[in-house]
Write a protein that binds this ligand. Sequence first.
Ligand code: ATP
Ligand code: MG
Length: 319
Amino acid sequence: MSRLQLHGVSVDFTVKKGGRDARLVHALSNIAIDLELGDTLALVGESGSGKSTLGRVIVQLLRPSRGRVVWDGVDLATLNEQQLKPYRQKIQMVFQDAYSAVNPRMTIKDIIAEPIRLQGLSKGLRHAATVTLLERVGLDVKMSARYPQEFSGGQLQRVVLARALATKPELLVLDEPTSSLDVSIQARILNLLQALQKQSGLGLIFISHDLAAASYIARRTAVLYLGHVVEIGPTETLITRPAHPYSAALLAALPSLVRQNDAVAKNSEPLLPVMTPPKDGCVFQNRCPSATPRCQLVSPALTARSFDHHVACHYPLDS
Ligand SMILES: Nc1ncnc2c1ncn2[C@@H]1O[C@H](COP(=O)(O)OP(=O)(O)OP(=O)(O)O)[C@@H](O)[C@H]1O
Ligand SMILES: [Mg+2]
């Protein structure tokens, strides 16, 4: 089975401010992730925590400043565009805004067939493949001659999904695929993703600021805070017994139905706006209700709490 591993991945952006001053933004710091394909992982965290940057590094839309992105033993970050081609088919990304992801002058069937057109299939085979893809995402084949403007947001997100599935990917990275949709449509797209994942054993990386949506789709969850993974483990564990105070704060912001454990919510602080990371020590120290001088000095390493559950905190909550 294929495997995706991230080792020490960091991404820095240089942001130029007006004149000569260039500021370095550490969007990701030393990320380590291991995903067996066929498994599902959610990346959650507030705006600016680095979720999209991490997604873009995984699909190689962005090269890491440091570290390795390894797919079946091959470091993708060292490959040139030509060498990357086969991997680009295996790893697909779906973005939040379906309307900006498609060409408004192309029909739905041409949009879906676009990735397979390049594979040199005959017109008949392409048509058959497009019909199959439309059916898989629950769209009526009769709609395939229409244009994107005639579709609702939810329908168009299905089209984008069908196009992403056209190259038979092994891994789909979905960046907030439902957050621009109405709640009832969101649920339907989540159900569809779940069904597709089960049918084909597709690996999914589901990016969301919504822990509830993540818990519905993903077996494992990584919580990001200012470019650091602060906790990673089975979603069930994170929802019922979060070990990092930041995970607990995210959980406290959810409706109690999803939260299941109200004691956690009562003991955590409400979320404040994201701050710039402190120079030394723990990345979460300025917002943490249980920070001590140690947290200002020493950055906690991501440490195993059990098999498959790691947390970066000197004083984890469930200890
Ligand atoms: N191209 C870029 N140039 C400069 N800084 C960037 C760039 N892309 C992202 N950043 C910065 O990197 C950090 C992480 O951004 P990212 O978009 O990955 O966050 P996110 O978790 O996806 O947020 P959101 O929930 O708002 O989508 C932010 O501080 C952002 O401003
Ligand atoms: Mg984002």
